[in-house]
Design a binder for this molecule. Sequence first.
Ligand SMILES: [Zn+2]
Length: 107
Amino acid sequence: MKICPRCGNEVDEEMIICPHCGEILQKPSNKKSSDSLNIHLVRGLALFSLLLPIIGLIVGILAKEKFPMISKILTKFSLYGIIIAFMLLMLALICYLAMTFTGVSYL
Ligand SMILES: [Zn+2]
């Protein structure tokens, strides 16, 4: 049993809303959902940082015929971008695994 912070009545542990006064009580699953939100954010950023240089690389290859100089620079930087993105992806994966095993959010 837990105590409602508003009316002081005893409330069942599973209750989300106090049956005595209607106060919204903190859900036990709150922490978990914010953790998965962080994971989604990290995953989204990692995928985005991977996608951007791949697009650059494709554009670079497509532009080879008409703009050889731009293509050369774009392809070169895109390859660096892919390497950096892969490292970020690995870092995100390590963070994800660490969060899963320890249950602690590092973000
Ligand atoms: Zn209450």
